[in-house]
Design a protein around this ligand. Structure first.
Ligand code: FES
Length: 108
C-alpha cells in the first residue's frame, strides 16, 4: 500500500491531488467521508484541475473538471452536468489505518 496523507491533512469540504507511483488521484472529504477517484475526466481522459488541489466547484459540493466544466457528485463520481453526463469518475481503492489514508497498490 502507498501512503497518501493523514485524514487530518484532507480538510472537510476540500480536495487534494496526488501523484504516486505514476497514478494521478483525487481525494475529497465530505461530511467526514473520504472519496478517492482517478484524476481522469471521462470526457477526454485528461487531468481535471487548473490549480493544484482545486477539484471542487465554488459551492464545494461537486467535483468539477476545469477543462469543460463537467460536474460530478462527490459521493459516487457520477457526472450530473457537462459533456460526459451520466458517466462516472473511476473509484480508487483505499484503506485508512491509524488516521492515515493508503492507496491499495494493485490498482491499474
Ligand atoms: S475534459 Fe473534463 S469536461 Fe471535458
Amino acid at each position: 500500500m502507498i501512503k497518501l496523507c493523514s485524514t487530518e491533512e484532507l480538510a472537510e469540504g476540500h480536495s487534494k491531488g496526488f501523484e504516486v507511483a505514476g497514478k494521478h488521484i483525487i481525494a475529497v472529504k465530505k461530511y467526514g467521508d473520504i472519496h478517492l477517484y482517478k484524476n481522469a475526466c471521462p470526457h477526454l481522459g485528461v487531468r481535471m484541475e487548473m490549480v493544484p488541489d482545486q477539484f471542487l466547484d465554488t459551492s464545494h459540493s461537486l467535483i468539477m473538471c476545469a477543462m469543460h466544466g463537467a460536474l460530478f457528485r462527490i459521493e459516487d463520481g457520477l457526472c450530473i452536468s457537462g459533456p460526459c453526463l451520466n458517466q462516472a469518475l473511476t473509484e480508487v481503492s483505499f484503506e485508512i489505518n491509524e488516521e492515515v489514508i493508503y492507496l491499495v497498490a494493485d490498482e491499474d
